[in-house]
Design a protein around this ligand. Sequence first.
Ligand code: PLP
Length: 498
Amino acid sequence: MRVALRGSDDDPLLPPFRPWRFMLDVDEVNYDEAELVAYTRRGLGEDVVNLSSGINHVEPPEKLIRFALDAAADPLFWHDYDGPSGHLIGRAAIAAYERSRGDGRVAIDVRNVIVTAGASAALSLAAAGLRASASAPVQGSGPGALVPVPTFPLAGAALARCGFDITEVESLVSGRWLPTVDELIAAADDDTRVCYLNTFNNPSGEFYGEAELRRLVAWARDRKVMLLHDLVSSDVSASDAIPHLLSIADEESYGEGLVTIGSMSKARAVPGFRVGWLIADDALVTRLSRANELQAPSSPAFAAPMLLLDRLLSAATDGAGDRVRDGAAASGAPHHARADLSAALRRRWSDLHELLASYVAVMPDLARFLDTAGAELTDPVTADGLAAWRMGIRRTLAENAAVLSTEFPDLVADVPAWRGDFNTFVRIPGLAGLDHLATAHELFRRHGLQTLPAPAFGKDEAWWRRRGYHSRLSFAMPTPLWRSALGRLRRAVADLAP
Ligand SMILES: Cc1ncc(COP(=O)(O)O)c(C=O)c1O
């Protein structure tokens, strides 16, 4: 029999971070198979809809899956341990992508990258490394880490488990959730060693602009605070250009102060493949790699070919969205001039070769694989397909964001502006005064709606109760499904309202 644990339980196995424990309490019911069976047996006739986990329900491009599966059949990816940093090809793909984002000015290579089983593994590893590097404060408590409220609790949990004292920073500026950089700085003290930021900030979808990031980096450099930047979901669909923090840190002479985490789970709708990564300065990566040997002496076999395809095509087609919006897609024309795309792909492919040159020279299997894969990956039709897929998601997300605001103003309030992400964080006035945990369970058990309410993203029930009932809603799904889920939420609110 399963024993229901509650976040307030003092289980030393769990990270000492209340929002994380709260999320476990929600999921203990909302993701429980027996609960799912019980819901289905009640015969309400409506499938469970997941508004909770931020999974992108828009199917990934078939080419991505097919290429990764076919390529992973090559023994190059599974016949041996590829080492705790992960497969060379995956690391080179990540480095090539970041070089292209930085217009070739950021000196990153395979020694700056670790491929992990998802961003979760990368964050755990990063937290352990940051703790080991952080000098302990004089006063005996742990070193400090700043995390915004609301934000996804994983980083806070990973940092807390490693002994950081977490300071949750809220914004007092009206109309925004994400603390301003000034608010972050004001919340820091002499013991602060880490500052976590997520682009897009999950659940509010906000992110810092270039000027704010520059100021944050300069402050962090002067105070020797490490920046832990979580990019999960950032390139699914950007309606504004997202600044490249690696370039900014490099320009501000603080490359060594940045740890970047990324993942394909959300951006490409493949959470089951567990493909994530960590980028940091060589010295830290060397230490983290050695530490990683204990749990990951090699990376998942799919990771390298998937990253190869995804990073290469993303680098070649970044910005395609704007061109599509400006006309080509509407007429059904290709998203790029094919010649431009071919040229971009060839440039990215040669970056990759440059990164791998010394290895290719002595590793015939690597050379053989790259020769075969190169022909497939530099085909502009494939790249066009990925750009079209991203644009398709973007159109769906834009439409879904509009549906929420225009068709459901009676249901939700304080909806943040949509910036390209697929999570939003709303107040549900009809549920004001209700307990977040019990209500989330009722929404699932009685209405088949999985949601993740506010106390999972920081602070606690009492703090949120004063602000009204808030919840994240994830909306990367076909518009008809989203519209019907919101209609069901409206009925559920009427049913549960006090
Ligand atoms: C902000 C953020 N970081 C990290 C993760 C973990 O992602 P992964 O599936 O790659 O472990 C998530 C997943 O929800 C997330 O939202």
